[in-house]
Design a protein around this ligand. Structure first.
Ligand code: SF4
Length: 56
């Protein structure tokens, strides 16, 4: 069974690192970045460790 990191809550089920049945990440650590020059709200930040489950 894969790791469940209870320090990293996440609801992105489309990510290969997501724990499927629970809302946590399975990685030991993640990298978070921004896609706005000066972020002003949470939507301006991104998980840089995201890997899509499926690639088309
Ligand atoms: S790598 Fe990022 S997006 Fe993927 S499950 Fe972990 S925290 Fe969520």
């Amino acid at each position: 069974m894969e790791n469940i990191n209870r320090s990293i809550q996440c609801s992105v089920e489309e990510c290969i690192h997501h724990c499927r049945n629970c809302d946590y990440c399975s990685l030991d650590k993640i990298r978070v970045g921004k896609h706005e020059k000066s972020p002003s709200e949470e939507q301006c930040t991104d998980c840089r460790s995201f890997t899509a489950k499926y690639s088309y």
